[in-house]
Design a protein around this ligand. Sequence first.
Ligand SMILES: Cc1ncc(COP(=O)(O)O)c(C=O)c1O
Length: 388
Amino acid sequence: MMSDRVADRVKGIKGSGIREFFDIAQQMEGAISLGVGEPDFVTPWSIREACIFSLEKGYTSYTSNWGLLELREAISDTIYKESGAYYDPEGEILITAGVSEAFDLALRAIVNPGDEVVLHEPSYVSYKPCTAFAGGTPVCVDTEVGDEFKLRAEKLKDKITDKTKAIILSYPNNPTGATLSRKDLEEIADVVNEHDLLVISDEVYGKLTYNSKHTCFSSLNGMKERTILLNGFSKAYAMTGWRLGYAAGNKEIIEAMMKIHQYIMLCAPITAQMAAMEALRCDDETERMVSEYNRRRRLMVEGLREIGLSCFEPKGAFYTFPSIENTGLTSEEFAKKLLLDEKVVVIPGSVFGACGEGFIRCAYAVSQYEIKEALERMGKFSERHHVV
Ligand SMILES: Cc1ncc(COP(=O)(O)O)c(C=O)c1O
C-alpha cells in the first residue's frame, strides 16, 4: 500500500475545531446552537425572486472569469458611495465564490515561500491554514480583552521583520465582535506605509456594526494601492449558501488573483451573481436584520453578565466572546461539558488562537427565544461550576 498519499503541508494542519461541535450537536435532540457563524435569516425575498427570474430567463451559463460586468459596476458604486474609495470595475474588482475563495487567491497571488504574514488573534479559523497552504508563515499578534481586542500599531510593529509581506486585518472581528475606529486604523496604516506592506482586509462584517459606522481600510490615505479589500454577501444579506464574494484592489494584484481564479474556479455561479445585483439594492433589509441582531446582542451580553460570565461588549458582527476563566475549566472542557450537560453549543475560544483560551464564542444569530433558553441552561451550568 502507498504510504505517503497525503501531502505533508496538508497533514500538518488540524481540521477546523468548529465543525467537531456541529457534528456532535446535529445528533443531539433539543440542542441549541450558539455555535454557528451564519445568519438564521433566510435570504430576503426580493433577492431570491431575482434569482428565480434569472433562471426563468435562462441565465445558466458561465460568466466572464471576472464576473458579470454589471455586478462589478454595482459593487464599485457601492464601495464608492459607502467609503469614497473608487475601484475600476474593469480590472480592479474580481467576483469570487465567497470571501473564502478571495482570501485564498489573495494569499496565493502575493506570498512567496517563506514570506511572513502577520495576523491578529483571536481571529477567524481559516487565516493561519490558508497562509500555510499558500507557502507563507503566519505570525500572530495577540489582542486582549482589556484593550477591546484591538490590533495596536505598536504591537504590530514588534512582529515585523524583513520577511513580512502582508498583514491580515479582520474587523469587525470574528470571534470577538471587536471593531477599530478610524484613528486606530490610521495608526496601522502608518506602520503599513513605513514598512512597505500589503494588507488583506477582510470586511465581510462591515455592514454589521452597532455603535458606529465601519471604516473601509482602503479609504484611508494611501491605502488603496496597498490593500486587497475582501467582502461578500454571506453575512450582510444572509446569503451564506450562495457562495458569493469579491476582491477589490490594485490592478496588478487583482489580475494575479484572476489568473489563479480562471484556472481553479472559472467564474462564480451566475445565479448567485444575478441575485447579488438585487442584494445591492436591498440595504433596508440589511438594516432590519442589523436592528434585530442589536436586540439579541443586548439580550446576550446582559444575560451572560447576569450568570456571572464577564463579557466584552461586541460592537460588530454577531458574536459575543465571554470569559469563562472563573469556572476553572479550559474553554474546550467548558464547551464539551456544556454540550453534554445542557445541550448548548458554544465554540471554545482556543479554536481562534492561543490567546482565545479562557473565552468561549457564543453567536447571537439565533432567535431571541433560543438565546433566552440557552442562557437559562448556561445559568444552571454556571451555578454548578461555582461561577460568582
Ligand atoms: C471573518 C470571516 N471571513 C470570511 C468568512 C467566510 O465568508 P464567505 O461565506 O464569504 O466565504 C467568514 C465566515 O464565517 C468569516 O467569519
